[in-house]
Design a protein around this ligand. Structure first.
Ligand code: FAD
Length: 483
């Protein structure tokens, strides 16, 4: 085994710490080549964006720098993965390929199938090891929560002995253009965000995550680092548990607000894997309604002008537009506002969730297909196992941005509106305060709410609806809620 080559294929696991594939490869004997492939087809895919690409490049750069500090090198190659692997095979002969299991979109699913076929055809062993709290091959969700806890409790893997690393010259530049409005990629940034959250910001998590005015700092902001694997889920859970033990040593006054907040935060970490597990079990969630009774419901109603206005934050609903413009600029918005944006698009505008998902996914720096598509379908009401929830965009504004601070900041056309007008400027008689640059509402939100409720409710009465919903529940629903 001494002279055999192991190739570690870094995908969305851009770190050296708690990296099971790297660990296994380095401990298996033989040389190890650390490979990142910039796959042009992936970045051209309609679900990708420049924002994702930049974040990935920054994270790969950071990984490369960590290796450089250890006198080691990451091999960064551009091209089609099969061509790259063939090139490596012709150069080195046979090797073992190591990577984490990826639960991604249909494009990466097909790419991995192609790699598997290729590996089998040329006798290459491909070892895919489990990632985070997602389990491959499960046919039911029974017992999943216990599996997650067990996996999270396993000891973290240190950076392995890297003395056997070999490398090739890279043929791809990791240069990016700096965008100060969005989160930057890389392990160093990830650790700084995690430290800051666990030592300072996390105290405000409970009660602070619903309003976009506060959520920017009250939420952990770890999502892109988890999505691109700059941190492993176990690392975050481990750091969180250590912090809880530390807090327990403080007086109740000193730790006020912390324990409840960190408990809520931990449940979100659990959800992260819970949602990705759904995609692991149903790989085509991005392509079809989870419950087939919703097929045909919105397919023939696409209004491209409404879609465009929603994408650009020009719907005439101040809070919707403020949230969308903020997201388009910063690559992130909090959970509740994501849900509201989807609910507005799919229920009030009655747009199909697929283009809605594409726009949002491209804007989110933290785009994670398993969470994204499951959430999109939940908000669009097509899972069959979640009660449809339609947000009132005016009420959300009044509740989450009562003084209109967020709206005034991101919809400057409404800067001069009085507080009493800011959420429904169209109702005011004094149109002088309502800039002509800002559109009137493109739909009647109360009428469209009623129509959507009726249509969605009608589907639930179809023959066979319940039976299909029961089998979906068996496959992907949280057992906690069912109890
Ligand atoms: C329509 C829609 C689409 C979404 N798409 C994505 C996506 O592509 N990628 C993504 O990471 N999250 C997505 N979410 C979930 C959630 O909004 C984000 O994870 C969260 O806003 C990220 O900010 P944070 O890291 O500060 O979260 P925190 O509240 O600090 O949570 C910590 C971590 O827990 C996980 N998490 C939090 N909320 C959820 C949730 N509801 N479901 C599953 N995991 C959760 C994330 O990994 C997050 O980083 C989506 C939600 C909705 C409603």
């Amino acid at each position: 085994m001494k002279n055999s080559l192991n190739i570690v294929w870094f995908k969305k696991d851009l770190r050296l710490q708690d990296h099971k594939a790297l660990h296994a490869a380095c401990n298996s004997g033989g040389k190890v080549l650390l490979l990142y492939v910039h796959e042009s087809a992936m970045w051209k895919h309609e679900g990708s964006s420049k924002r994702h690409e930049n974040f990935a490049k920054e994270s790969v750069s950071d990984l490369s720098m960590q290796l450089f500090l250890k006198n080691k090198k990451l091999t960064v190659l551009q091209g089609h993965i099969i061509e790259v692997l063939n090139h490596l095979k012709s150069k080195f002969g046979s090797f073992k390929l190591w990577s984490h299991e990826e639960t991604g979109n249909l494009w990466s699913y097909q790419r991995d199938m192609d790699v598997l076929k290729w590996a089998k055809s040329c006798g290459i062993e491909w070892h895919e090891v489990p990632s985070n709290g997602v389990f491959r091959g499960l046919k039911t969700r029974d017992g999943w929560a216990d599996l997650w806890k067990e996996r999270m409790a396993m000891p973290l893997l240190p950076v392995p002995d890297l003395s056997n690393i070999v490398a090739l010259d890279s043929n791809f530049s990791l240069e990016t253009t700096l965008n100060k409005n969005v989160q930057r990629g890389g392990r160093q940034q990830a650790l700084a965000v995690l430290d800051d959250f666990l030592s300072v910001r996390g105290k405000k998590y409970r009660g602070g995550i619903s309003s976009p005015n506060i959520a920017t700092t009250a939420c952990s902001r770890l999502s892109p680092y988890l999505a691109w694997g700059c941190l492993s889920m176990r690392e975050v859970v481990n750091r969180l548990e250590n912090r809880v033990e530390e807090l327990k040593l403080l007086t109740p006054k000193e730790r006020k607000g912390w324990l409840g907040s960190l408990r809520d935060f931990k449940s979100r970490l659990f959800w992260h894997c819970h949602f990705i597990q759904k995609l692991e079990i149903i790989p085509d969630i991005e392509a079809k309604n989870i419950h087939s009774a919703y097929d045909g419901l919105r397919e023939n109603n696409f209004n491209s002008e409404h879609y465009q206005r929603w994408c650009e934050g020009q719907t005439g609903f101040p809070f919707i537009d403020a949230c969308m413009r903020y997201l388009n600029r910063h690559g992130w918005i909090n959970f509740r506002m994501r849900a509201m944006l989807v609910s507005f698009a799919t229920n009030n505008l009655w747009l199909h969730w697929k283009p809605v998902a594409l726009h949002l996914g491209r804007q989110f720096t933290d785009y994670e297909p398993g969470i994204h598509y499951s959430q999109i379908q939940m908000q669009a009401g097509t899972t069959g196992i979640n009660a449809p929830r339609i947000y009132n965009p005016v009420k959300q504004g009044v509740d989450q941005d009562p003084d209109g601070l967020f709206i005034r900041c991101h919809v400057p056309e409404l800067k001069k509106c009085k507080d009493s007008q800011i959420h429904t400027p169209w109702e005011t008689a004094e149109l002088a305060n309502y800039s002509d640059d800002y559109p009137r509402p493109i739909i009647d939100h109360l009428e469209t709410y009623k129509t959507a409720r009726k249509k969605l409710g009608g589907v639930r009465k179809k023959n066979g609806f319940k039976e299909e919903a029961d089998s979906i529940r068996e496959l992907i629903a949280s057992r906690k809620r069912n109890k």
